[in-house]
Design a protein around this ligand. Structure first.
Ligand code: SF4
Length: 459
């Protein structure tokens, strides 16, 4: 077992036993589950909508090269500059270059999982540039020095009392403050930051190829402020965010809102087509779009796992996953957690180091059932396991265990060889990973063959 896997196992065991953690997660996911059916009512046939969304993403990812070039050509015509970054390091380097050119000391940033993926805040801080999260959930996490817990709801594991205490410790507010009062405190603090910031950074929910635009959807208005107030707007987006046409948004925006938060539509929806044009009053003077690969083309090259690039990051699979609900988002130790994180991380990072995430699943299929774009997540988890074996990165213990299992399953006499005591010992003592979290197994004294013979003779 490598170090990453050992840490995962130990953290998972701790979290699974933490009843308070489970209570908070169940409470928050319960609220999500209560509102999603209402959001779904806006669709006449939600399954057809999901199917259609999957088809659009299939087309977009199947022609990714031409779609991205179309996007670049269209948005460049209006003065934005597109930067292609193959790795996280390249993306950080390009952003730092822009910061240095603009003599930037302060940045306001709206929620973006890609910036988590490239560890942008830490990097900027090391380069003496302040980067302030402006989404309330992300702001809470930044105050606490923690990464986001969930791709849609960054502070999902915190109760309102936890947040009030955090604000009291860090900002000196009254620990009895209500969520409304805490929001006001965050709002006042962040308003000042917008005025000071030299650069605003946002992610992109979608990149629209035909008109060359960035679509951002949010509930607080902070992304809109982050890209409109500072003189420079930098967008960082994974290359898979592309959709072919503006008209596709009519489907993707309500779909993302419903599966992400149970809303019919998210509160603020912006389509940004470039920097301020001559004669316009608002908007940044300069706009840069960093298009990040960082392992996505590994997925593109893999015909079977490619469909994981259709993901619109709604978070529904995390909320539905029994493993996620027990071990929590931080245990995955990657920005993308839950079923989709377990599928893509071994490809984005390294199969050998991260293959254990593909085993963090009961394969119940609930993730596939709820996925907004019908990605076959549980099958892709199996596919990862298969690839790990094919690549020869599965552990020796695992290889021998499966070899023995196969022999036993193929030859009944091997299964009958050990008596019940021996079988009990193997499962309950020899395999601690099985027995630690389960009630002990008690094998019947007689084998199936013995029972059969007693009842029917040698038929
Ligand atoms: S895999 Fe599907 S359910 Fe999970 S975040 Fe992506 S779109 Fe949502």
């Amino acid at each position: 077992m490598n170090k990453t896997e050992l840490e995962f196992q130990s953290q998972a065991a701790t979290k699974a036993a933490d009843k308070i953690h489970r209570q908070k997660i169940n409470f928050n996911i319960g609220r999500y589950n209560a509102v999603v059916p209402t959001g779904k009512q806006q669709f006449m046939d939600v399954n057809t909508v999901r199917e259609k969304a999957k088809n659009i993403k299939w087309r977009a990812i199947g022609s990714l090269d031409t779609q991205l070039e179309k996007f670049e050509a269209a948005i460049s015509r209006r003065g934005a500059r597109v930067i292609w970054a193959e790795t996280a390091e390249e993306a950080r380097g390009e952003i730092l270059k822009i910061c240095r050119q603009k003599n930037c000391r302060s940045i306001v940033k709206s929620k973006s999982m890609v910036t988590e993926e490239i560890h942008l805040n830490d990097f900027l801080e090391k380069n003496n540039i302040e980067s302030v999260e402006t989404d309330l959930g992300e702001y809470i996490q930044q105050l606490d020095g923690e990464p986001p817990y969930h791709i849609v709801t960054p502070a999902m594991h915190k109760s309102k009392e936890d947040v009030a205490q955090l604000f009291a410790n860090k900002l000196g507010t009254d620990p009895a403050f209500t969520p409304e009062q805490l929001t006001q405190v965050a709002r006042q603090t962040l308003r000042k930051k917008y005025l000071q910031a030299d650069i605003g950074i946002t992610g992109a929910n979608f990149l629209i190829a035909d008109i060359g635009a960035v679509a951002v959807t949010e509930n607080e208005g902070n992304a809109r402020l982050s890209c409109a107030w500072p003189r420079v707007h930098v967008v960082i987006a994974g290359i898979e965010k592309i959709i072919p046409s503006l008209t596709d948004l009519a489907l993707f925006w309500p779909l993302l809102a419903t599966y992400g938060t149970g809303q019919r539509l998210t509160v603020y929806n912006s389509i940004i087509t470039g920097p301020k044009q001559p004669g316009e009053q608002d908007g940044p003077e300069e706009m840069y779009i960093v298009l990040l690969d960082n392992g996505r083309t590994n997925l593109l090259a893999d015909a079977r796992s490619r469909e994981s690039l259709y993901c619109i990051r709604c978070g529904a699979c995390l909320n539905a996953c029994p493993v996620y609900k027990n071990i929590g988002g931080h245990t995955y130790a990657t920005p993308y957690s839950g079923p989709i994180g377990s599928v893509i991380t071994p490809h984005l990072k390294d199969m050998e180091e991260w293959k254990h995430l593909s085993y963090a699943s009961s394969l119940c299929g609930n993730c596939t059932e709820v996925c907004a774009v019908k990605i076959n997540l549980h099958e892709l988890l199996l596919e990862n396991r298969h690839e790990a074996v094919e690549d020869g990165v599965a552990g020796l213990q695992e290889k021998y265990a499966w070899k023995m299992w196969k022999q036993a399953m193929l030859h009944r006499r091997f299964m009958n060889l050990p008596n019940a005591r021996m079988k009990n010992w193997v499962v309950n003592k020899f395999l601690p990973s099985w027995s630690n979290d389960r009630t002990k197994m008690e094998f019947p004294k007689k084998s199936f063959n013995q029972l059969w013979r007693e009842k029917y003779g040698n038929r």
